[in-house]
Design a protein around this ligand. Structure first.
Ligand SMILES: [Zn+2]
Length: 665
């Protein structure tokens, strides 16, 4: 790998948030059975300190949890980085606007029914599940009804850093400006004013971990025979940060105290024999400003779990949707709709191995225009550089992609065989393949199924192109010539041979054929006079003809040009296990085709590029896979010795997704 390439790859890795390093979405697809769920809340953990302590081995219990499962980055993007909005978002999946909780001063009760506790009580029935809320802090996770707070009082005494209880009507807290009258404002209630009624246990204001930890352990004992969902909230390290500053030894000790109690909770679950059926998630409400006694701007949070499959780079309000998803609760019907999304399960991105070409561009445009997201499925496209083994995420930005392609023309030039192998290996869920590559792959036993047709040559897009100074008057003039077929799987090698046969030439004796030539190389070879011509795609033909270096001898009319087409394929296991994701992906693709066709019609323009009898790829609507063409392609591959048997192509095609997508148009 040369330095320039390394740099590009590094930039890409940077752009996509280090997916090669934290590729958590490669794991954990199967839904694990569980009975209980414990959400452990560590208040005010600055993520970098957590990772640092984890690396140094100072959080042995979190380490064990993460080794079994995963830890991912989350972030606070709505409301302030404070405790009240933090836990409210985490426990509901809603943002500040929907909750009316913006910061520790500007708040109201969470609307009835919004919290994960209430959702679970509702889903299971109140006798079937016990919901527990056990916490260290006071008002910020409080449940008081209507009350007054002092809005111009100081919140902590400057010398002791102890709380002033400014949220009490009868507070004696000094005002921020000495001598000022206290300004008391009405509040409808603390965040959990409505929630508390639904809970089996609501016990807060317990203070530090030495109080919360033993309580939590006792409650596990008490509820061991029931199905339970528990939220155990620890005020560390936040409270210590407010006293000793973020990042101080006292602050770090707080995180270690949390870890100690995580260990005790796990030990208790094991002792009770319920550990294997209990999911444990650990998260925080906000970070902490380094060297400060506040966390005004500390959005970096985390989510850890004793199970795999968490997606990285979520939001703190994704925690509740993730929990609900794990319980199998359909959140789509919620009103208002949740602001967060599940970081696990079906909402994992669909990973598509992708080669850049005119026939796959529709998928790319659907991708960058959020057609897949709008269907409720995340998609990620991965590609590589010709000659490199690493694949990376294609930037979800046309601008960025163009820049990379301009810098490096080998960007996205990957073989169908390579993509097929990676799908088989489980690295991707599906991919884009040329028709020849697909037929060859399924003959090798690859468990692939074609679900949709990508771009296809409705009329000739490829042609036989000859060097300017090579005169062809009769077929005999091809004798002794050197011709290439482009790098795109076995199909194009066959198209060239079919042409030569059509011209009545002997493939063995009359011509020299070089297959699988990268188009930039073909251009150079032609310019250097090392080849006389060959089969070229429209784009290359146009540029060579326009620059006066070559001429089109014959558009690909000697056979059905439609044989040349792309396919959207998936691993058969993925189709079986995630039919919903496949359906949504196909829906997005079909909608994009419909949109472009409609746009072209409205504006009276053709989307296809035309040049000297050639016409670029088209898309059909519905984009139904053409079994007849696959059978024909199979016949050719057989004839030319690429495969040695024939199978029924309809067995490796599934039309149902396109059909359903058309129904929902
Ligand atoms: Zn705090």
């Amino acid at each position: 790998m040369d330095i320039g390439r390394k740099l590009i790859v590094l930039i890409l890795i940077f752009l996509i948030g280090g997916f090669l390093v934290y590729n958590n979405f490669f794991g954990g697809k199967a839904q694990q059975e569980f009975k209980n769920f414990i959400l452990v809340g560590w208040d005010g953990v600055e993520r970098e300190h957590l990772y640092d302590l984890l690396d140094k081995g100072q959080l042995p219990n979190l380490k064990k949890l993460v080794e079994k499962g995963a830890i991912v980055d989350t972030i606070a993007t709505t409301a302030s980085t404070e405790t009240k909005p933090g836990w409210a978002e985490i426990l509901t999946g809603y943002n500040a606007e929907n909750l009316g909780i913006y910061d520790n001063i500007d708040y109201k009760p969470i609307p009835k029914g919004y919290t994960v506790f209430e959702r679970l009580e509702d889903y299971f029935g109140e006798d079937t599940i016990a919901t527990l809320f056990v916490g260290g802090k006071i008002d910020n996770i409080g449940a008081r009804g209507p009350h007054k707070i002092c809005v111009n009082c100081i919140t902590r005494y400057p010398d002791t850093r102890e709380k002033t209880f400014y949220k009490d009507e009868g507070t004696t807290a000094p005002t921020k400006r000495p001598g000022e009258e206290r300004v008391l404002e009405d509040r409808e209630g603390d965040p959990y004013f409505h929630t508390k009624d639904a809970l089996d246990v609501y016990e807060t204001a317990l203070g530090n971990a030495a109080n919360v930890g033993p309580k939590a352990v006792d409650y596990l004992e008490e509820y061991k025979d029931k199905r339970f969902f528990a939220f155990f909230h620890f005020e560390e390290p936040d409270e210590l940060g407010h006293k000793d500053k973020g990042g101080s030894q006292g602050y770090l000790n707080g995180i270690m105290a949390d870890d100690y109690w995580l260990g005790e909770i796990v030990a208790k679950l094991k002792e009770l024999g319920v550990y294997e059926e209990t999911l444990i998630y650990v998260t925080t409400d906000h970070g902490f400003n380094e060297g400060e006694v506040h966390h005004r701007s500390a959005p970096n949070t985390f989510l850890a779990a004793n199970e795999k499959g968490l997606r990285n780079d979520g939001d703190r309000k994704d925690v509740a949707p993730t929990i609900l998803y794990r319980y199998g609760i359909d959140t789509k019907a919620f009103s208002p709709p949740l602001d967060g999304v599940s970081l696990i399960g079906a909402e994992n991105p669909v990973r598509i191995g992708y080669f850049r070409s005119a026939r796959t561009q529709m998928i790319y445009r659907a991708y960058i225009q959020n057609y897949f997201d709008q269907e409720g499925v995340q998609a990620r496209l991965y590609t590589g550089f010709l000659g490199e083994t690493e694949f990376f995420e294609v930037p979800k930005s046309g601008e960025e992609t163009r820049k990379i392609a301009e810098r490096e023309r080998r960007f996205g030039v990957v073989e169908g065989e390579e993509i097929a192998d990676r799908i088989v290996a489980g690295e991707f869920d599906g991919g884009t393949l040329g028709s020849g590559s697909f037929v060859a792959a399924v003959h090798k036993g690859a468990p692939l199924v074609a679900v949709a047709l990508l771009g296809y040559d409705a009329s000739p897009a490829k042609s036989i192109l000859m060097r300017k100074d090579v005169k062809i008057v009769s077929p005999d003039d091809f004798k002794g010539k050197t011709l290439i077929s482009p790098r795109s799987g076995p199909g194009t090698a066959i198209f060239l041979r079919e042409f030569l046969r059509d011209m009545g030439l002997d493939l063995e004796k009359d011509v020299t054929i070089i297959d699988n030539v990268y188009e930039d190389d073909a251009k150079k070879l032609l310019e250097q006079g090392k080849i006389d011509g060959g089969l070229f795609t429209l784009g290359e033909a146009e540029s060579l003809v326009r620059s006066g270096k070559a001429y089109i001898y014959r558009p690909m009319d000697w056979m059905n040009s439609e044989l040349s087409h792309g396919l959207l394929v998936f691993h058969t296991d993925f189709v079986k296990n995630h039919p919903d994701s496949v359906q949504k992906f196909v829906n997005g693709y079909v909608k994009r085709i419909a949109y472009e066709k409609n746009l072209a019609q409205e504006q009276g323009v053709a989307i296809q590029k035309k040049f000297q009898g050639l016409k670029s790829e088209e898309h059909s609507l519905p984009p139904r896979v053409r079994v007849d063409l696959l059978e024909e392609m199979q016949g050719l591959l057989y004839e030319y010795g690429f495969i040695d048997t024939k199978i029924s192509m309809s067995n490796v095609v599934d039309h149902s997704f396109v059909e359903k997508a058309m129904d929902t148009q």
